[in-house]
Ligand binder design. Sequence first.
Ligand SMILES: [Zn+2]
Length: 180
Amino acid sequence: MIDKVLEYNRNFVEDKGYEAFKTSKYPDKKIAILTCMDTRLVELLPAALGIKNGDVKMIKNAGGVVSSPFGSVVRSLLIGIVELGVEEVMVIGHTDCGVAGINAELMIKHLLERGVPQENIDMVRYCGVDFEKWLRGFDTVENSVNETVDILKNHPLMPKDVVIKGFVIDTETGKLNALD
Ligand SMILES: [Zn+2]
């Protein structure tokens, strides 16, 4: 499948398909969006929010969460805010999220089934990784979004003038509900 992507890419560049996407690294809407990597949101979320190339900084991971206060999500947001002009942050969870049901016990079982040795699991745990925290899901998407918003709002490095708000998007209709 990657071969097909590469072939498509060669044609895209030859046909100058990029011309419609020209913009800068600075987000025109001065917004950063933290959301889930869910396949259904790839095009639906930007379309439903009227977001075009160049409008926002988009940060995605499984669940659209901050799993570590000094991990890559907060790093990306701070770079967007301090260096690239982001003034508002939208944390957008979604309905029917595949991350909700995950847990460390189940994922470790699946890792073992995929050939990852138990000794590696033990070593990582010994090195201080809290699997139960790192690989946890969530009970409701609203709670997950509110928790992430709280972490960001109370983060010691977050400038206080940054607006941070939580939302849930419907993966079928694209309807965005604000949380507060
Ligand atoms: Zn999701």
